[in-house]
Design a protein around this ligand. Structure first.
Ligand SMILES: [Zn+2]
Length: 492
């Protein structure tokens, strides 16, 4: 939760030795009065009144002429008669000294606010001429950092208060072994981050606020094979993985890392062109519905993530199944998601299910696979197929066995996310021998988003709002799957 308060302090200028400042707190509509001292055209503001205007805490030791106040989580020590401020143990010098008057400390306003802006309250601005203090007490969006040591690398979790656009985050390693991550629009609590206890490959942490950009620099003890980052959304965090060599199987790890990074996704809208797929009683064609859902998923990914989206088709055209696999492999896709809608002679049957490729399947799965595979009949170039001959099945199964576990995992996440959004029955995760899933060298799933043979589902699927919901569920599942891949780091 972001607590942001905007306080305007209007200083009513006066020629006398000390005057009152009116503080107008616009968010609480409370008025405060702050006393000032004025000497040699410089404005000194009352510490006590400032503290109450900001609802900060104050500790005092007047005998030793010391005050400690807390603003935005920073401990600020002030000593009367000196020009020094100590903020979280770091000394800062002002041009003028702190004045003591009537049991209160008066701070040189311009100096003090400038230091405060740099160290504790980035949203602060003080107009000396107009005598207006504008304080936006921003709560930090980057609060802390945690380091986890794994056998083949280090995971750094940056706790954030919100999600950032992936486009605003970038990272690199310089030749001196510093890993940098910059977050445009982030406000980093440098006092907390810089005190994080380091471990593993992380030797030192230095964070900085550079105008609108938060920068976190990690000094690494040794070389890393790869560095990646991604965002989690519940809770919000940026996860950085720094991989080190576990042994001399460098290539194996490099390959695993390439596979692990979900940077390209292939979205496959089923059927198209001369192949309409299944058709509803009211004329709804599977090819049109699934193209619309697919494009919606793609747009969400393109808009909100850095994942590259590759479509097998974006128009009402017919693409042979072998070509869909080819597109996926050539694009270097890391996940293949085929979107379909279902049909059943029993019009009462409804719900959604997700399939992953396997050579072992149930009678029902065979039936669905037979229907989805029947599209092969449309293809002139039958030479490209051995249909689902036993030999073909075995080859295909071997090719994708390494992705089988991940495919099943993705299918489960899709069902889980769709179940949250849709009120129609969750028919679960199933295995099937879909041709479209058999040739792609990546985790593959096929979603049957509903039954066009069921009148109420056909009505739903015809509604753009319903298709939007379906797309959102699939999109969320993909994001969740992307995050879950982090676990591969541990299992390698
Ligand atoms: Zn289909």
């Amino acid at each position: 939760m972001t607590i942001s308060r905007l306080i305007y302090i209007l200083i009513l200028f006066s020629a006398i030795l000390f005057a009152d400042i009116k503080v107008l707190n616009q968010s609480t509509s409370k008025d405060f009065i702050i006393k000032t001292l004025k000497g040699e055209k410089k404005i000194y503001i009352s510490t006590r009144d400032l503290v109450s205007a900001l609802s900060s805490r104050l500790y005092e030791n007047l005998d030793r002429k010391k005050l400690v106040l807390y603003i935005s989580g920073k401990r600020i020590k002030i000593t009367a008669g000196t020009s020094f401020l100590v903020i979280d143990d770091v000394p800062y010098q002002m041009i003028d000294i702190v004045q003591e008057y009537n049991g209160d400390f008066y701070l040189p306003a311009e100096n003090f606010f400038e230091i405060l802006r740099k160290t504790a309250v980035p949203g602060l601005s003080f107009d000396n001429r107009k005598e207006i203090l504008n304080i936006d007490i921003v709560s930090y969006s980057i609060k802390s950092l945690k380091i986890e040591q794994k056998s083949n690398g280090t995971i750094v979790r940056i706790n954030t208060q919100k999600s950032f656009s992936d486009r605003d985050i970038s990272s690199f390693i310089n030749k001196h072994g510093w890993f940098y991550i910059t977050i445009v629009g982030g406000i980093v609590d440098t006092s907390v981050l810089n005190k994080t206890i380091t471990s593993g490959i992380i030797h030192r942490i230095e964070s900085d606020q550079i105008n609108e950009t938060a920068q976190i620099a990690l000094k690494l003890r040794s070389n890393v094979i790869s560095h990646e980052w991604y965002q989690n959304h519940a809770p919000n965090e940026i996860v950085i993985t720094l991989r080190t060599a576990l042994d001399n199987n460098l290539n194996r790890i490099k390959k695993a890392k390439e596979r692990w990074k979900l940077d390209t996704i292939v979205l496959d809208a089923g059927h198209g062109g001369k192949d309409p797929g299944t058709t509803g009683k009211y004329g709804t064609k599977e090819k049109d519905i699934v193209l619309d859902i697919t494009k919606r998923v793609g747009r969400l990914l393109e808009k909100n993530t850095g994942i590259k989206v590759v479509y097998t088709r974006t128009e009402d055209i017919w693409i042979p199944l072998w070509k869909r696999n080819k597109i996926a492999n050539e694009a270097g896709g890391k996940v293949f998601v085929s979107i379909h809608i279902n049909s059943n002679p029993n019009r009462k049957v409804k719900g959604f299910d997700t399939y992953f490729f396997s050579s072992a399947y149930s009678a029902e799965a065979i039936e669905v696979a037979a229907r989805e595979n029947s599209v092969i009949e449309f293809e002139e170039e039958k030479i490209n197929y051995e249909k689902l001959s036993m030999e073909r099945k075995i080859t295909a199964t071997m090719a994708s066995s390494m992705f089988l576990k991940e495919s099943e995992g993705l299918a489960a996440i899709i069902q889980e996310e769709l179940d949250k959004i849709l009120s129609t029955p969750n028919r679960g995760v199933k295995q099937a021998g879909f041709y479209v899933l058999s040739g792609a060298s990546m985790p593959c799933v096929l979603i049957e988003g509903g039954f066009v043979s069921n009148p109420s589902e056909e009505k739903n699927l015809k509604s753009p709002a319903y298709r939007k919901k379906l797309a959102k569920g699939i999109y969320k599942a993909i994001l969740k799957f992307k995050s879950s891949r982090e676990k591969l780091l541990v299992e390698e």
